[in-house]
Ligand binder design. Structure first.
Ligand SMILES: Cc1ncc(C[n+]2csc(CCOP(=O)(O)OP(=O)(O)O)c2C)c(N)n1
Ligand code: SF4
Ligand SMILES: [Mg+2]
Length: 289
């Protein structure tokens, strides 16, 4: 069996600001995929729109940089065509929790075998610093010049309530912990959701590295003998920590993925479609040149 390394997934030069947390996540994703033993040709990274969503172009595997808030519908369609592909969906906090939220809730409930990563920098980065649903109360941005009057959305509790079967959080700067969390998420059978705190060093001077170091708590430091299969304990943990906790918060035991609930979806549509002739395929390609 061929063993892949993180280097096999590397492609291109990321165009993120120096010091952006997204650089750390990218390196960790490649490490985690190599650890799980996925071949690049069996993996797809689908993203929405945002600084974070540029990630779709930075690895050697299948991928698509889709439209704002719509990465999950694309990814679920691809999973229907090829259920065997390892699917990683990457999105920003604006992409996921603002314009894309309806899709997020239904995807969590549907439980397709997809790993869903949200780069949560608590701001709209690509459009130069507007308030997002995850922005901290008091954060001064171009859209809230007197400070954000609202408290951030409690995304992990929302995920639990929506029926997500794997809920975790990580911090981009703590790469060791992040690789561990992503590896577990990819191993999970069903929809695995990971919210990653990642500093936006250019447009978020509120949630700085210093702020994260002072606010984020590691699960193992605050709970002894924590049972991630206990949903009530997961809700309590999130409530006790204002959801600023890192680690695997919940994993449903014996979760049944969508393909087993709906057996007709457990096929590869790609095996059931007539393949176009070489001439027709060439004609089609010409249309898009
Ligand atoms: C339909 C639509 N509405 C708005 C936009 C403008 N837009 C592009 S990215 C973005 C928000 C990005 O924020 P986030 O998802 O948090 O990603 P980040 O850049 O912070 O990584 C917005 C509003 C768009 N591209 N398409
Ligand atoms: S603007 Fe913020 S999120 Fe975007 S690349 Fe720069 S630091 Fe990263
Ligand atoms: Mg953002």
């Amino acid at each position: 069996m061929c063993k892949y390394t993180a280097k096999d997934f590397k492609k291109g030069q990321p165009r993120w600001c120096p010091g952006c947390g997204d650089h750390f996540f990218l390196a960790s994703l490649h490490k985690a995929m190599a650890e799980v033993g996925v071949a690049p040709h069996n993996m797809a990274v689908i993203s929405g729109i945002g600084c974070s969503s540029r990630i779709g172009g930075y690895q050697y595997c299948y991928g698509a940089h889709t439209t704002h808030g719509r990465a999950l519908p694309f990814a679920q369609g691809i999973k229907c065509a090829n259920k065997d592909i390892h699917m990683v969906v990457c999105s920003g906090d604006g992409d996921s929790y603002a314009i894309g939220l309806g899709h997020v809730l239904h995807a969590m409930k549907r439980n397709m075998d997809i790993t869903y990563i949200v780069f949560d920098n608590q701001v709209y980065g690509l459009t130069k610093g507007q308030t997002s649903p995850m922005s901290s109360k008091g954060f001064v941005t171009k859209t809230t010049p007197d400070g954000n009057p609202l408290t951030p959305l409690d995304a992990p509790s929302m995920a639990l309530a929506a029926g997500a079967t794997f809920v975790a959080q990580a911090y981009a700067i703590d790469m060791k912990n992040m690789v561990d969390v992503i590896t577990k998420a990819v191993d999970h059978k069903g929809f695995s959701y990971v919210n990653i705190f990642t500093p936006c060093v250019t447009f978020n001077q509120f949630n700085t590295v210093k702020w994260y170091n002072g606010h984020l708590k590691k699960l193992e430091d605050i709970r002894e003998n924590y049972d991630p299969h206990d949903k009530a304990a997961a809700f309590h943990l999130l409530s006790d920590t204002d959801s600023l906790v890192l680690g695997v918060i919940y994993e449903e035991e014996g979760a049944v993925p969508f393909g087993e609930i709906v057996p007709s979806a457990d096929v590869r549509l790609a095996d059931h479609v007539e393949k176009p002739s070489a001439e027709l395929f060439e004609d089609l390609c010409m249309e898009f040149r």
